[in-house]
Design a protein around this ligand. Structure first.
Ligand code: 6PG
Length: 500
């Protein structure tokens, strides 16, 4: 740290930007901040006069750039897409060779690949760093997924490790208790170099795809508890709180318990009962699903989670359809306590499938983009700070430590055994949902994924016959090597002529 110059700069003082700046300053790094609306910058600097590292406000981009020590490290935290490009364009003429621009937003990884290439051609360095953990994470320890040139990572590494969330080395549990000015000490940081160019933002996108899956399957279990078992929100919240002490221990289960036990102050009703059932989305789950389709990788749980949000969003159409379309009644006649256990296992097995799909996507993407991703380490940096942080991720790290070229998480002995033990309950949950007309797209599609993956012979032999019949698309034979294609000269019957 120097007297005159800042260690790093940050552009974009929305909540995430403010919190990350405070986190950096808490770790004794001096940070310059710039915001397009100067009054916002001034207010932020005035409100935070005594941070350990110091926060320096700049009124113009020129002064901002001049205030940072070389090689400059500049974090951009503005809206993904065009706003990010606009900020980069404004910065480029002001920078010197070797300076590092870091995009901390939820950028599309192909944009990051493009930007990294463009900046490299101009002698600049570009890091696309996934930042997960929402506002709280940014303030007291996010999970950080940087991608770009390794030399650029080396420059930012000390700051990234300092500000990232920390987990206990032995248990993988997140170290809590940070307060303003007092960050947690020790532990293993949840930041790791992911790979070149867009690798960091790609991995962050997969994180979000998994986040979509986790959230939706929790919602489906809530739907079954409420719609089938007739449980009220508070009681369901207590079940989630209990589950948070076991195999499902995770941030999303923990906050679900809190949300379900929250009361609406205006009505006294459970908070969730007054929230409209129409979900929003910003696109990262959609990008994950589009990428799965583009690469031909099966990731139905994540895609179903996106579609479930789409279906929820057409609220008025569903209300109208509910008056017209028939379905079975949702009357439950079993043992409630036992069925809650059934749901626990269905959630756990579906979660394993969803993560298996996410890791399969990363495995394929690394081939496509010539990255070498360390899957065990990715699971490790997701142990703390991020939205999908969960005890379960420790098992994923261990799975890749046993076998770094594991084809699918389901094949790891621990997960194989976990699903073997719990699958009868998983099937029972999905059957009950189907029989009672409660939609469980992620629980059901995860099960279909599992059954599809474990079947040595699927019915696509018939599908290939169909393709060959109507389009001469050819087929492979079971008694010939893969890659050898055949076509049958089908005896098409004469079709009756359509009268004109
Ligand atoms: C995180 C989150 C964060 C945000 C997502 C989800 O890791 O901190 O994933 O990035 O919550 O963008 O947003 P949507 O649900 O609106 O798509």
């Amino acid at each position: 740290m120097t007297e005159e110059f800042s260690d790093i700069g940050l552009i974009g003082l929305a909540v995430m930007g403010q919190n990350l700046a405070l986190n950096i300053a808490d770790h004794d790094f001096r940070i310059s901040v710039y915001n397009r609306t100067t009054s916002k910058m001034e207010a932020f600097v005035a409100e935070n006069p005594d941070t350990p590292g110091g926060i320096v406000g700049a009124e113009t981009l020129e002064l901002f750039v001049q205030s940072i020590a070389a090689p400059r490290k500049i974090i951009i935290l503005v809206q993904a897409g065009k706003p990010t490009d606009a900020v980069i364009e404004g910065l480029i003429p002001l920078l010197d060779e070797g300076d590092i621009v870091i995009d901390g937003g939820n950028a599309l990884w192909t944009d990051t690949i493009r930007r990294e290439k463009e900046l490299r051609a101009q002698g600049l360095r570009f890091v696309g760093s996934g930042v997960s953990g929402g506002e709280e994470g940014a303030r007291f320890g996010p999970s950080l997924m940087p991608g770009g040139a390794i030399e650029a990572w080396k420059e930012i590494e000390p700051i990234w490790h300092a500000v990232a969330a920390k987990v206990d080395a032995a248990t993988g549990k997140q170290l809590e208790g940070a307060t303003p000015g007092n960050p947690v000490e020790g532990g293993v940081s949840c930041a790791a170099y992911i790979g070149p160019n867009g690798a960091g933002h790609y991995v962050k996108m997969i994180h979000n795809g998994i986040e979509y899956g986790d959230m939706q399957m929790i919602c489906e279990v809530y739907h079954l508890m409420h719609g089938l078992l007739g449980m009220e929100a508070g009681e369901i919240g207590q079940i989630f709180a209990k589950w948070n002490e076991g195999l499902l221990d995770s941030f999303l289960i923990e906050i679900t318990a809190d949300i379900l036990q929250q009361t609406d102050s205006a009505t006294g009703a459970p908070f969730v009962d007054i929230v409209l059932d129409a979900a929003g989305q910003k696109g990262t789950g959609k990008w994950t699903s589009i990428n799965a389709l583009d690469m031909g990788i099966c990731a139905p749980t994540i895609a179903e989670a996106v579609f479930a949000r789409c279906l929820s969003a057409i609220k008025e159409e569903r209300v109208a359809a509910s008056q017209l379309l028939a379905g079975p009644s949702a009357e439950f006649s079993g043992n409630k306590e036992e069925f809650i256990e059934v749901l626990h296992d269905a959630l756990y097995c579906s979660k394993i499938c969803s993560y298996a799909q996410g890791f399969q996507l990363m495995r394929e993407a690394q081939k496509e983009y010539k990255w070498t991703l360390d899957f065990g380490q990715i699971a490790q940096i997701w142990r703390g700070g991020c939205i999908i942080r969960a005890a379960f991720l420790q098992k994923i790290t261990e799975a890749y430590a046993h076998n770094s070229s594991l084809a699918n998480l389901l094949l790891d002995p621990y997960f194989n055994e976990a699903v073997r033990k719990a699958q009868a309950n998983w099937r029972q949950a999905v059957s009950a949902a189907v029989n009672h007309g409660i939609p469980t797209p992620t629980l059901s599609s995860s099960l279909a994924y599992y059954d599809g993956y474990r079947n040595a012979r699927l019915p696509q032999n018939l599908l290939q016959g169909q393709r060959d019949y109507f389009g001469a698309h050819s087929y492979e034979r079971t008694d010939s090597p893969r890659g050898e294609f055949f076509h049958l000269d089908w005896p098409h019957p004469e079709r009756p002529q359509t009268a004109v």
